[in-house]
Design a protein around this ligand. Structure first.
Ligand SMILES: Cc1cc2nc3c(=O)[nH]c(=O)nc-3n(C[C@H](O)[C@H](O)[C@H](O)COP(=O)(O)O)c2cc1C
Length: 323
């Protein structure tokens, strides 16, 4: 498979494992890269920039193939030292930075001057166009099906992927709702040149989370996610659980709710506990509607080869319709 995305990333397949808080560690990123995809470490999973430096070295010891680092820039009362994390990435020799959240404008010139390419992930075509104008090298665009923050517009991948591919000159990577060869084939048919998977890469052998969580993802159907923080205009898609049901119920109560009313339920640290102890009700677990397509826990290599084979098969079947 050869697209502008495989050329940009230097991979065999245009399949990316998106940045994932607490999940995007060296075990997973290296396994994805070793399997011909593009693994991504999540910078802020590491408590300090120094720890990220060590994690990058650990990942490099586990794979000779290219991998990247995700830096998610979100508004925060006490923001992490984003620029120092960025400097660690730039000094590390990693060639691809995945940015998400706020516009990476101020980081672009710095990254470019060091020869690092930027894949910016966003949820709206207008933001993608603005990032293109700012000089990013590719766009990952997340449809409303996705895990994590799908934005406030509520636009599904079917509309977003094709529209982005039509309007942008840089390559488009389809993200959200992709977990098998059928969805990959659909993304290609819409004009994407790569795919970005989050939830599907949580349920693989090498993902560093508790097996109970992987089994919960296998068991879940496409109806088993909740949208939280919708009323606070900071929408996030998470796995249906006692905690996420409580957040939704609090938001829907008469008079609405403020962040402080749900704060005790939603901390990132609680989410980490859920992922690491396997107690799925201990905190929020981010997951997308693609859970409906997950019914096993393969290795990264098994998953990627299966997706690629099925994608080829679906595209051949679809082409045959043309006679
Ligand atoms: C457990 C989990 C944690 C995530 N954390 C982040 C994150 O820290 N930064 C980010 O940009 N995206 C994050 N995402 C979103 C993914 O990178 C990706 O965009 C999304 O999962 C794609 O949708 P999918 O789950 O349907 O494949 C996370 C996703 C999951 C499942």
């Amino acid at each position: 498979m050869k697209t502008r995305v495989t050329e940009l990333l230097g991979t065999k397949y245009p399949i990316i494992q998106g940045g994932m808080m607490w999940v995007g560690r060296a075990e997973l990123a290296s396994a994805v890269s070793n399997a011909g995809g593009f693994g991504v470490l999540t910078a802020l999973t590491q408590p300090t920039p120094e720890a990220l430096d060590i994690e990058i070295k650990r990942c490099r010891a586990m794979t000779d193939m290219p991998f990247g680092v995700n830096l998610t820039i979100l508004p925060s009362i006490s923001p992490p030292p984003y620029e120092t994390y960025l400097d660690v990435v730039l000094d590390s020799g990693v060639k691809i930075l995945e940015t998400a959240g706020n516009s990476p404008k101020e980081f672009i010139a710095k990254a470019k001057s060091r020869g690092v390419k930027i894949v910016h992930k966003c949820t709206a075509v207008r933001h993608a166009l603005s990032a293109e104008r700012s000089g990013v090298d590719a766009i990952s665009i997340d449809g409303f099906e996705c895990a994590g923050h799908p934005g406030e517009d509520g636009i599904g991948g079917f509309i977003l992927f094709g529209l982005a591919a039509k309007k942008l000159r840089i390559p488009v990577i389809a993200s959200g709702g992709i977990g098998d060869g059928r969805t990959m084939a659909a993304a290609f048919a819409l004009g994407a040149e790569g795919i970005n998977l989050g939830t599907r890469f949580c349920a693989v052998k090498e993902s560093p989370i508790h097996d109970n969580v992987k089994q919960a993802l296998v068991k879940a159907t496409e109806r088993d996610t909740n949208l939280i923080f919708r009323t606070l205009r900071n929408t996030a898609r998470v796995l249906k659980s006692k905690v996420s049901e409580e957040v939704v119920a609090t938001e829907l109560r008469p008079g609405g709710c403020e962040f402080k009313d749900v704060q005790h339920l939603v901390s990132g640290q609680k989410g980490r506990v859920a992922l690491e102890t396997g107690d799925v009700d201990a905190g929020l677990i981010w997951a997308g509607q693609v859970v409906g397509l997950i019914d096993d826990v393969p290795t990264c290599a098994e998953l990627i080869e299966r997706i690629v084979a099925e994608c080829r098969e679906r595209l051949a079947i679809a082409s045959a319709f043309l006679g």
